[in-house]
Design a protein around this ligand. Sequence first.
Ligand SMILES: CC(C)(COP(=O)(O)OP(=O)(O)OC[C@H]1O[C@@H](n2cnc3c(N)ncnc32)[C@H](O)[C@@H]1OP(=O)(O)O)[C@@H](O)C(=O)NCCC(=O)NCCS
Length: 158
Amino acid sequence: MKIRHAKVTDVKKMHKLVEFYADNKEMLHRSLNAIYENIQEYMVAEENGTIVGCGALHVSWDDLAEIKALAVAKTHMGKGIGRKLVTELEKNAVKLDIFTTFALSFKPEFFQKIGYDIISKEVLPQKIWSECINCHLFPDCGEVPLIKDLKHSKKKKK
Ligand SMILES: CC(C)(COP(=O)(O)OP(=O)(O)OC[C@H]1O[C@@H](n2cnc3c(N)ncnc32)[C@H](O)[C@@H]1OP(=O)(O)O)[C@@H](O)C(=O)NCCC(=O)NCCS
């Protein structure tokens, strides 16, 4: 299994993965168009030529980026792929001189396991919440905001 930057040829497979969970209300929907337009933000987990996971890093501001669109195929859950994807996305953040990442997640327990802390909405810039107004789940989506300080976080939190 390898984690690599996504290519346009991965988009339909990533879309299928994300839509599977979005239909199940486990994450937000992403259009094919949104994935194509933001392809450079995405990384994939590939095993024997099959896409078994994906995730994206979206820069929000000068020291803040969001981990988003994270999904691991049902057949491959619980094997550390989600953690590896987030670790690679965090490395991409550091390469950009960004040392704080956050997530808005329906699975806060997963993010807590990998070193994220639950915060109150108000800690994040207004800009992030103002984007929520465009979401069909607004205002009661139930996503939990979590944040990680990449400079000072412990290697592993259990
Ligand atoms: C959430 C998700 C990305 C986790 O990916 P994964 O590859 O199964 O997770 P990992 O194997 O890397 O797990 C890392 C740690 O988190 C824990 N964990 C994973 N999912 C968890 C969950 N739903 N609740 C609590 N802990 C969880 C694992 O037990 C593991 O802990 P450990 O280090 O003590 O063994 C995956 O389950 C998924 O795609 N879910 C559906 C879509 C989704 O919910 N995306 C999240 C964005 S809202």
